[in-house]
Design a protein around this ligand. Structure first.
Ligand SMILES: Nc1ncnc2c1ncn2[C@@H]1O[C@H](COP(=O)(O)OP(=O)(O)OP(=O)(O)O)[C@@H](O)[C@H]1O
Ligand SMILES: O=C(O)[C@H](O)[C@@H](O)[C@H](O)[C@H](O)CO
Length: 176
């Protein structure tokens, strides 16, 4: 039998809409929101704020911490909705190792739109100068299990509707 969805990761580059979409899915899907950015160590935030891209090593401890959070929410009988860039396949595999029933909603956004969103967003640590490196690091999750790619330039309601519809369909199909 195919894997049931036990948790959701909303992923993609800075500015793609992870927090906005994650919050809306959480409300509709009766989940528990885990804001990935809130778990970055101070050193990672300082680096990004200074316009320096994170390395695999910088992200490793953070991803392990997120995996623990996901497991704790599932153990409490709730459904985690994690917002996490999860740019590389190896990052997603690390999260899947902790919980194979993780579904990934990939918010696919063109570079110029991501740049515009990040450049015009007030009060956030992430500089638009890091957008280029986000795309260099990004390995889109094509052909990976339990993954949906959504056009992140659509209105928020349309993105959320597609995601929730897919989550419900997938769980119905995989339960059969
Ligand atoms: N579908 C959308 N259409 C138009 N604007 C959007 C959409 N989704 C999000 N935005 C806007 O784009 C900006 C980035 O959104 P958001 O903070 O949700 O992205 P994010 O991926 O969580 O970013 P980060 O990881 O960099 O914090 C915000 O100003 C938000 O209001
Ligand atoms: O892996 C990364 O490089 C980070 O997680 C970033 O993607 C951000 O924290 C985020 O999007 C902030 O704007």
């Amino acid at each position: 039998m195919a894997e049931q969805i036990r948790g959701i990761v909303v992923m993609g580059v800075a500015g793609c809409g992870k927090s906005s979409v994650g919050a809306a899915i959480t409300a509709l899907y009766q989940g528990r929101l885990i804001e990935g950015d809130a778990f970055h160590p101070a050193a990672n935030i300082a680096k990004m704020s200074a316009g320096v891209p994170l390395t695999d090593e910088d992200r490793h401890g953070w991803l392990c911490r997120l995996s623990e959070e996901v497991a704790a929410v599932i153990a409490a009988g709730e459904r985690p909705v994690l917002t996490c860039s999860a740019l590389r396949k190896s990052y997603r595999d690390l999260l899947r190792q902790g919980e194979p029933g993780l579904a990934f909603v990939f918010l696919d956004l063109a570079r110029d739109l991501a740049f515009e969103r990040v450049a015009t967003r007030p009060g956030h640590f992430m500089p638009a100068s890091l957008i280029e490196s986000q795309y260099r690091t990004l390995e889109p999750p094509h052909q990976e299990q339990l993954t949906l790619a959504v056009d992140a330039s659509l209105p928020l309601e349309a993105i959320v509707e597609q995601a929730v519809h897919w989550l419900q369909e997938t769980n119905t199909t995989n339960a059969a």
